[in-house]
Design a protein around this ligand. Sequence first.
Ligand code: ZN
Ligand code: ZN
Length: 345
Amino acid sequence: MRAAQLHSNETKLRINDVPTREPVGDEVKISVKCCGVCGSDVHLTVHKTVKLAHYPRILGHEASGVVKVTGENVSKFKKGDRVVISAGTSCGHCKHCIAGYYNLCEEVGVLGFEVDGAFAEEIIVKEKYLTILPDSIPFDQGAILADAVSTPYHALKYTGRLSPGESVAIFGCGGLGVHAIALARALGASRVVALDVDKGSLDNAGMYGADELIDLKTVKNPGKALKELTGGVDVVCDFSGRYENVEASVRAMNSGGRIVMVGIGRNKLEFSFPTTLIMKQITIAGSYGADFRTIPELIDLYLTGKLDLSKSITSHHPLEEVNECLENLYYRKNNPIRYIIEPGK
Ligand SMILES: [Zn+2]
Ligand SMILES: [Zn+2]
């Protein structure tokens, strides 16, 4: 089959023919229909700031497709089923995995990082990673449920414990952040403020329903600006990985507020006002990936009309154009949300 593989010390994926095999046990072989291009793929390639333990590796962790062959122990899926593939991987036998909280597994990994991913005509995964995709959800919008939509949903709903009527601020309005805005709306947030350094990302944030936009290029003190604008926020979600945003948020929080860190950065997290954190009983929590509840709940939100992903797909590309997509995402050419690779085309 054709697949896009990353070799060590290279910044571009090689489009190769790679050997395939048949699924065994609880494995399912899927014809990949769509796979989203994520910012983390850019870190692995163009940006080269993240290294993998093993090369070569087929990237791609945001995929949908059709079941082609099932292993002998597969019980829930059959040939022809439309499916979404979860982006996270896990051991399957620890207490968190047994409870379905895969993203808490100590061996948590990501498709296309620890195992081969979906920038390929076919992929083999265990059936526990699959969810049926209803016919009314197109493959491209279904694919992005696996990460661009599920990661912010988990962060807001389960880590951030967002309740209807609460106010929300989103730092970093790329592919995950804009969906956080739409999801905060869907979960009943009273007000959503979007903050970013990039004008195009702020335009996208407005399109996804942000009430207010703060340009971090011109605003020197985002915490103060946020406080003045809103009077106080209940949930902050940071997708930027700029930890100074986390620190700045503290002064804008309401008592009992939650700051959720999703974006992974490199600088130190420091607090000038730890007393505020204590007195206001503010929680700072990390959120990584999504658990068993997320994709089925997102499908419900979609089917009941509360989640509109029609604006989320920037363009569709054959596998041969994956390197171009990675580069365009890095340079934010044409203000992308999600490029979709269609490996079968
Ligand atoms: Zn991703
Ligand atoms: Zn586990």
